[in-house]
Design a protein around this ligand. Structure first.
Ligand code: ASP
Length: 420
């Protein structure tokens, strides 16, 4: 009976997604080559769009119900304060480590020195991105929660959900009970929808990758650029991400979370591959919450607080990318940066990573903040446009992985029994 059940399960989902990625690469190249004028790869894009929209569709009800429940479940504000304090500390420390790794590598390898500025593409879509620190803080408090929900602004939604959860415990018991039931029901339904949507992941991922690869294979400029300093720049970004995701975070899971990091990565592989192929840590969030709870044993209380918050403010990969790219641009333009300016880059990279949304290319848009903080030319962003996809995929994966590690470490520190 048990054997029959295992057989029925078939190939694990992460293998199916990996096959989807592999087939997508092949299909993208083949379709681009055999249909050079009509680019048939774009006719597959809709399947990827449906998958992504499906995941985004559930994010807001999921975040709201899970955080309100999680906070209410903490029972008192002391527990909330303790967990929030640990979460923020973990996020700041790991993001600062990531940014410093990026800064160090790019200063050692110097990929921008001698880079040809002719390859710079024109930047049209990127605004100045200038928002003051105070404005960022103020905008966390929503003036209209429905507007924030309609716009998909997660930080104000998280703020309101925390307040709501806190005050859920302060009303008459019969209302607390009713609200707990209501949110638990919503949460359970959304989780079931999540399970349904992620079964479509291999197809969605196949369509997304086919389209991305088709476009790149169609763009000889991008391929050419990869041969020179941009190729080295990409390698520096990947190298930094590999150190953060393959050494620093696993070490923290081992030493502080007291868990086997490789088993943890394998349990989180569906979420990580989804982040990698969709370039959206927001889209990977529902899967991250589900697998952290179901496969790793993190409690609902911790997963539903740490992960949604992490998906918006904890972006190790993005911070690292911001540092590497800002210094790469300075090198390409032959601008010498003082130590103080480099420290400023690390600091603004932290803020940019906090402010970046969990959507594709958000980090590149936030680069404008980092560049203007130290007076670097905004046009420099045009230099790295050609390889944005190649940098966005792995940095999103590390963003999501950083959150998953945070959930495990904080759960362990709260004395939870994990099942990794
Ligand atoms: N795409 C990234 C994410 O969703 C954000 C970024 O562009 O750096 O986490």
């Amino acid at each position: 009976m048990a054997e029959a059940k295992t057989k029925k399960k078939g190939l694990a989902l992460h293998w199916q997604i990996l096959i989807g990625i592999g087939l997508g690469i092949v299909a993208g190249i083949v379709l681009c080559k055999i249909t050079p004028y009509d680019n048939w790869y774009k006719y597959i894009k809709w399947a990827g769009d449906i998958f992504l929209r499906g995941l985004r569709m559930i994010v807001i009800p999921l975040v709201f119900s899970s955080i309100a429940l999680g906070v209410a479940g903490m029972g008192n504000s002391a527990a909330l304060g303790r967990i929030a304090g640990k979460t923020i500390l973990y996020y700041i420390v790991t993001t600062a480590i990531a940014a410093t790794i990026g800064l160090t590598l790019v200063n050692i390898v110097k990929p921008g020195v001698g880079a040809s500025l002719n390859l710079a593409e024109e930047v049209t879509a990127v605004g100045s991105g200038q928002v003051s620190f105070i404005d960022q803080i103020v905008s966390i408090v929503p003036s209209n929660i429905f507007e924030s929900m309609a716009k998909g602004d997660l930080l104000p939604i998280i703020f309101f959900a925390i307040i709501f959860g806190l005050f859920m415990n302060k009303v008459d018991e019969k209302y607390t009970g009713f609200l707990t039931n209501l949110f638990t029901s919503i949460y359970e339904v959304i989780m079931k929808i999540t399970m349904f949507i992620i079964r479509l992941a291999p197809f969605g991922v196949f369509a997304i990758v086919t389209n991305v690869v088709g476009k790149q294979a169609d763009d000889p400029q991008a391929l050419l650029a990869m041969a020179g300093s941009l190729g080295i720049f990409v390698l520096v970004v990947w190298g930094g991400l590999l150190i953060q995701g393959g050494v620093i975070l696993p070490l923290l899971v081992r030493l502080i979370g007291k868990q086997n990091p490789w088993r943890h990565i394998s349990k989180m592989s569906t979420a990580l591959l989804t982040a990698f192929s969709t370039c959206s840590s927001g889209a990977a969030l529902p899967i991250n919450i589900r697998d952290s709870q179901e496969k790793c044993g993190v409690s609902n209380k911790i997963a539903s607080f740490v992960l949604p918050l992490g998906s918006t403010i904890n972006m190790n990969g993005t911070a690292l990318y911001e540092c590497v790219t800002a210094i790469f641009i300075a090198q390409a333009y032959g601008i010498d940066l003082s130590l103080a300016q480099q420290v400023m880059i690390v600091f603004t990279a932290l803020l940019a990573a906090i402010g970046a949304a969990g959507i594709p290319m958000a980090g590149m848009v936030m680069l404008a903040i980092v560049l203007s903080a130290v007076g670097l030319p905004l046009e420099g962003i045009g230099l790295v446009l050609a390889v944005e996809q190649l940098c966005d995929m792995p940095r999103t994966c590390i963003n999501t992985y950083g959150d998953a590690c945070g959930a495990v470490i904080i759960a362990h520190s709260e004395g939870e029994e994990l099942t990794i």
